[in-house]
Write a protein that binds this ligand. Structure first.
Ligand code: ADP
Ligand code: MG
Length: 684
């Protein structure tokens, strides 16, 4: 089969199963498969008919010559391509491939008068090869099915005219029209209309999402019941969908340990097998002075049985199936090695804001500390400083000021102190806002107010000028709904959980207690988070870091696997993670752990089955206990079928899901009830 010889670094030298690693030519692989399938049926019928005629003439008519001829024709039909390929391989690339083993064995069998065996071996090998092609096709097709979610045409509105254009020709800023039942053609912002949209193709989440003007809409998602006009913000190749597909396709850049192992293994394997079989003919021949037919036969059996097809196809098929399953559920895994790492992770470290919590903070208290400022003035300065910051705290403060109708001015000399706060000039005066670390040195008044706020799980930020702290703003963030059942599940699985936060000790403690996370580390700067993660991985503990990609990217990069939340709207998040949860749902982590563990167990089952069955067959064949055709039937066709089917279970795997026990429900209620009480405490 041609694909085996693609000159591709990834192609497994022995079995060519590396074709799966190559991502070019999905279409090619699919058309080739349909052609092969048609040919396969014809050849199998014809060759099968000839083989049975051959058996008939051998056993019933006792016509040895006729049967030999029939066996030979049947073998040529299924095997001529094999010979061409093995020859090409040997001459042009000086490579000993599996085909060569089969060709030698087949010809050898005919030469020593075992035509029946030779014909059966080639016939069965042909079937095994077809199965391998089928597995490749299946994996490719599931990727293409994902791709088919991307629409090809868009209805573009210019003035009063609507035109149907291929999506490639739609320009940024164009308005596309989307009617109920249409797929959204490109990423963009809703400018008109209201609707609900099924984002399952991207997020795996089938609960429809409401869309109104100002919301982002994504290519490939389905507009359900309303009319939408969308201003295009991304070209076809830059949409979230396009990036997801690209990454799924290119997963091969990072191979799992198992895959690298089998590739290395195969490089030395075929020559070793060839050498051994030559020895097993030569040694007895030297000993007895003539060629020993029985040893030739054993040697040929050994050659054929040694073909490691099943072993080589089993891992890529498993990985592609698992990655496709993940992509369909809105989990983007950037390589099979990250699945492997998740499966063996012992520690799960979480960033607090935006990961354990929703990151949708709300200002609850604005407390002036020095009498010269009013709460309003405090909020005005704070919001003006924060207009330039992307941090969830900043957004909340700006939001609050807008709600209060407070005028916001642009800061000058603005600078961000990552993981601490921001500073700049307002009305020509220097101010800063941030954590206690930033306020370091200035003595805090109202200490007891601050510690009470913190014990309620609120985050306190301090506004200061050159003379010291002016006031405190407290914010509350709500833990994510799935976090409690998720942490319970992780605990049940015996995994360690750890919260990393730049927030204060007391706030961290209150939140840790509320959600039931085992340990926490507070007052961390971004580099401290990196240090914690590095210490863990250095001591050999496989550590998964879960974050939102906002100022925790360094720690994500340094962990064994970085899982990023809520990537759908954010290119930065998609960039930062090894695994991206496209939907803002941290509960998917549970599914991810299940899937990764299942994948690793399928891989191990496949390797174990393939190796042990092969070894047993090889042994039996060398001892002369198994006819060649049985060995090939079981060892190639049978095994390939078994490992492929086993791997394909991963395509439909669903995971256990999270259990919301009563305990979680109660907890969730108390969280919701936590009212946002505004206490504008006047100074003095
Ligand atoms: P987390 O570790 O909880 O995700 P960060 O590392 O983003 O939090 O921030 C740590 C702390 O630094 C915050 O709790 C806050 O006190 C302070 N901080 C960071 N950025 C800002 C900002 N833009 N405005 C005010 N405070 C900030
Ligand atoms: Mg954060």
């Amino acid at each position: 089969m041609e694909h085996r010889h693609a000159k591709n670094d990834n192609t497994c030298p022995s079995c060519g199963a590396g074709a799966l690693h190559s991502t070019k030519g999905i279409e090619e692989s699919i058309t080739r498969y349909s052609k092969l399938k048609a040919e396969f049926t014809k050849k199998i019928f014809l060759s099968g008919f000839l083989l049975s005629m051959a058996v008939f003439s051998q056993r019933i008519l006792m016509n040895a010559k006729l049967s030999y001829l029939l066996y030979a024709i049947a073998t040529i039909i299924t095997g001529y391509r094999l010979v061409l390929e093995a020859g090409k391989e040997l001459v042009y690339e000086q490579r000993f491939d599996v085909e060569l083993l089969v060709v030698i064995a087949g010809m050898g069998a005919f030469l020593i008068g075992e035509a029946e065996e030779g014909a059966a071996v080639v016939f069965l090998f042909y079937i095994a090869n077809f199965l391998e092609e089928y597995a490749t096709y299946k994996a490719r097709k599931s990727i293409r099915d994902l791709m088919e979610t991307s629409p090809e045409k868009a209805v573009v509105k210019k003035g009063d005219i609507e035109a149907i254009l291929p999506v490639e020709e739609v320009e940024l800023g164009d308005i596309v029209v989307c009617r109920p039942g249409d797929k959204i053609p490109l990423d963009g912002i809703v400018t008109e209309g209201r609707s609900t949209v099924n984002e399952a193709p991207l997020t795996g989440e089938s609960i429809p999402v409401e869309k109104k003007p100002g919301d982002m809409a994504y290519a490939g998602t389905l507009n359900l019941d309303g009319y939408l006009e969308i201003k295009v913000t991304k070209k076809k190749q830059d949409t979230v969908l396009a990036r997801v597909l690209e990454l799924v396709e290119h997963y091969s850049k990072s191979k799992s340990r198992y895959e690298r192992f089998t590739e290395k293994f195969s490089m030395y394997y075929t020559p070793t097998v060839l050498a051994l079989s030559i020895l097993s003919i030569a040694v007895p021949a030297l000993r007895y002075g003539t060629l020993q037919t029985s040893w030739i036969y054993r040697s040929l059996s050994f050659l054929v049985i040694s073909c490691p097809c099943a072993l080589a196809i089993s891992i890529p098929v498993s990985m592609v199936s698992a990655l496709t399953n993940a992509a369909r559920s809105g989990v983007l895994v950037k390589g099979s090695r990250y699945l492997e790492a998740i499966a063996s992770s012992e520690v799960f470290a979480f960033d607090k804001t935006g990961t354990l919590t929703k990151g949708e903070l709300e200002v609850t208290d604005v407390i002036p500390i020095r009498s010269e400022v009013s709460p309003k003035a405090l909020l005005r300065i704070a919001a003006s400083l924060e207009t330039r910051s992307e941090h969830p705290i900043a957004k909340a403060i700006v939001e609050k000021a807008k709600k209060e109708g407070i005028e916001i001015v642009q800061p000058e000399n603005f600078s961000v102190h990552i993981g601490i706060g921001v500073s700049g000039n307002i009305d020509g005066k220097w101010y800063a806002i941030g954590s206690e670390t930033m306020a370091n040195g200035s003595r805090l008044e109202h200490e007891e107010v601050v510690s009470r706020l913190r014990s309620e799980g609120k985050t306190c930020v301090f506004l200061m000028d050159k003379e010291g702290v002016l006031g405190v703003i407290a914010l509350i963030d709500v833990p994510r709904a799935e976090i409690i059942p998720l942490l319970m599940r992780l605990k049940k699985l015996g995994l360690k959980t750890l919260m990393l936060t730049g927030d204060d000790e007391n706030t961290a403690k209150a939140i840790a207690k509320e959600i039931g996370i085992e340990t926490y580390k507070a007052n961390l700067l971004p580099e401290d988070k990196v240090y914690v993660v590095e210490e863990l991985t250095k001591s050999g503990i496989v550590t998964t870091m879960v974050g939102d990609g906002i100022n925790d990217a360094p720690a994500l990069a340094r962990s064994s696997v970085g899982v990023v939340m809520g990537g759908i709207g954010s290119d930065a998040a998609i960039e930062a993670g090894d695994i991206v949860l496209l939907k803002d749902s941290i509960g998917k982590l549970s599914y991810l752990i299940d899937l990764s563990r299942k994948t690793m167990s399928v891989v191990k089952q496949n390797i174990l089955t393939a190796v042990s069955v092969k070894l047993a067959l090889a042994l039996l064949a060398v001892l002369g206990k198994v006819p060649l055709w049985v060995a090939v039937g079981v060892g190639d066709v049978g095994l390939s079928l078994v490992v492929t089917l086993n791997a394909m279970r991963l395509l439909v795997f669903e995971g256990t899901g999270l259990k919301y026990t009563e305990h979680c429900a109660v907890k969730e209620k108390t969280l919701e009830k936590q009212e946002v009480n505004e206490i504008f405490v006047e100074a003095g």
